[in-house]
Design a protein around this ligand. Structure first.
Ligand code: HEC
Length: 143
């Protein structure tokens, strides 16, 4: 193996170790059942660890995530004063990013998680995401 190849393999291993250690720091756990009607409980159990109690971004999560956590209270502000409900819904579900122009990779896709949690009941899955959208909309600081 020549030096360039060795260096390549070394870099790859370093990346792998970094990925594994970031994952263990974030501490991925099985989601525990949360009533889809309770937006507060959903947020508390599944979102606050990264986005913080105040939706502005939890500093400890920020330290291990490779990307800046968006301030969820300023979504309307970043979107010329209107709350983009459908985009926020899709961002939570994991299908697209709320604010066009950013690629998304760091947030878990919640439709998959909720699908498992509600044992395939799509009504509950949609209710949970919709209630989270409404909660986030109610916390918008300025337009
Ligand atoms: C593991 C940390 C983590 C958890 C847990 C998490 N998020 Fe996120 N979230 C992120 C990151 C990082 C981004 C930035 C976009 C990206 O890189 O995917 C983001 C982006 C978002 C966005 C898009 C905001 C914007 O302005 O573009 C919304 C909305 C959102 N999260 C809501 C939620 C909700 C609701 C939950 C709980 C069901 C949740 N997040 C749980 C890390 C997390």
């Amino acid at each position: 193996m020549n030096r360039a190849k060795l260096l390549g393999v070394g870099l790859w291993i370093t990346c792998l170790i970094t990925a594994v250690s970031v994952e263990s720091q974030i501490n991925i756990v099985r989601p525990h059942y949360t009533n889809p009607a309770s937006a507060q409980a959903l947020y508390q159990n599944h979102c606050a660890s990264c986005h913080g109690q105040d939706m502005k971004g939890e500093i400890r999560a920020q330290n291990v995530l490779p990307r800046a956590l968006p301030d969820l209270t300023l979504i309307s502000h970043r979107n010329s004063g209107t709350f983009p409900s459908l985009h926020v819904y899709e961002a939570i579900a994991g299908r697209e990013h709320a604010i066009v122009g950013q690629d998304r990779t760091d947030m878990p896709g919640w439709s998959v998680v909720f699908h498992q949690m509600y044992m395939g009941d799509e009504g509950k899955e949609r209710q949970a995401i919709y209630n989270l959208v409404t909660l986030i909309e109610s916390k918008q600081m300025r337009n």
